[in-house]
Design a protein around this ligand. Structure first.
Ligand code: ACO
Length: 330
């Protein structure tokens, strides 16, 4: 039995935050943001909307498109760095409750922007070992809850959103999740970090006054490592599976920065028409970015059942990964 991506769904919150809006909040310009990142807009959740609400909306679409009944889902994995609750319960448990499912495996994973690809690898292992039959995986983030809207180096980059997919089984290799590679290097832990609120810097008035609960990023340093690491990682997974860029229908990278995507695509000889881009309209939605991009391409009518997707991702940890996945939504 192969694991297979049977459906996709996404949810975008309703409040658009444009570069022009950000010009009024920090010392920046539409021109700087667009030239350096390729981002024009991002969407921000309402104050009373939490990550599980975004995840729930995306999950409903994915489950409906899978054709499965809700009680056929036997595990939920939610990848997020902005869970509803800091320690517990997991966002996956909250989503399960909202969906009306209980007595199934439900847990969160934390791998920052790489979360969806990491969750995909766990779902693949669950299905192919026979432990689970249908796993709902979610990438969902309310990044606006950890972004400092006074810090121009980070607040221009991130947006909120959610994507979800149902992973089931198939006997056909041409419907399968062919291969996944995930990796990390903790020696770069301070490149992308929310320093406060954990056991190292527990919650205190001083921690809040110092703004340590906000996301901090060494953007320029991360950029350089991202381009080199991703290029190598994608080359490796293609070589290992005896494939070339010609065999891939769509290259769907993590949507952090147009310049990273462009550099990696050029080094790997992917023509523009094969490269899926959503960074301009959603910004960086961390773990939600890849499933939102897959969903976008599907809803545009570009992605068809049987297409071979190459996913690649890079984020805090540092973590990264790539995956070769046939789109198998009927
Ligand atoms: N508006 C105007 N000027 C700005 C802004 C802004 N919003 N932000 C920074 N600047 C200034 C800086 O202060 C600096 O000025 P200086 O030269 O006078 O010191 C100058 O612009 C250049 O700054 P850099 O940081 O070198 O700009 P860079 O070209 O590297 O772009 C960016 C910054 C967009 C953050 C880029 O480095 C990037 O995308 N990095 C990678 C991010 C990433 O991939 N993260 C991983 C995933 S995220 C996750 O896991 C949650």
């Amino acid at each position: 039995m192969h694991a297979s991506l049977k459906s996709i769904g996404a949810y975008v919150p309703s409040n658009k935050l444009s570069n022009k809006d950000l010009e009024k909040m920090v010392d920046t310009s539409d021109e700087w943001i667009y030239q350096r990142t390729g981002i024009k807009d991002r969407y921000i959740a309402n104050e009373d909307e939490s990550t599980s609400d975004l995840a729930y909306e995306a999950s409903k679409v994915a489950i409906q498109r899978s054709g499965l009944k809700i009680d056929e889902i036997d595990a939920i994995i939610c990848a997020t760095i902005t869970p509803d609750f800091f320690c517990m319960p997991s966002t996956a448990c909250v989503v399960a409750d909202k969906l009306g499912i209980s007595h199934i495996t439900a847990f969160d994973i934390s791998a920052a922007c790489s979360g969806f690809v990491y969750a995909l690898s766990i779902a693949k292992a669950f299905i192919e070992s026979g432990l689970k039959k249908n796993v709902l995986i979610i990438g969902a983030e309310k990044m606006s809850s950890i972004v400092d809207y006074k810090d121009r180096t980070t607040c221009i980059l991130f947006g909120d959103g959610a994507g979800a997919a149902v992973i089931g089984g198939s006997l056909k290799k041409e419907e399968s999740i062919v291969d996944i590679h995930t990796s990390s290097d903790g020696s770069y832990q301070n490149f992308l970090i929310t320093p406060g609120g954990g056991s190292k810097n527990p919650c205190s008035q001083k921690m809040l006054d110092d703004g340590l609960h906000y996301l901090k990023m060494k953007g320029n340093e991360t950029f350089k490592i991202a381009v080199n690491t991703l290029t190598k990682d994608v080359k490796n997974i293609l070589e290992k599976n005896e494939l070339s860029s010609d065999d891939i229908d769509f290259f769907i990278p993590h949507q952090a920065n147009f310049r990273i995507i462009d550099a990696v695509s050029k080094k790997l000889n992917f023509p523009n028409e094969k490269v899926v881009l959503t960074v301009e309209k959603y910004g960086n939605t961390s773990a939600a970015s890849i499933p939102m991009a897959i969903n976008d391409w599907y809803e545009k009518g570009r992605l068809k059942s049987g297409d071979l997707m190459l996913l690649d991702t890079f984020g805090g940890g540092l973590t990264w990964g790539s995956a070769l996945v046939y789109f198998n939504q009927k």
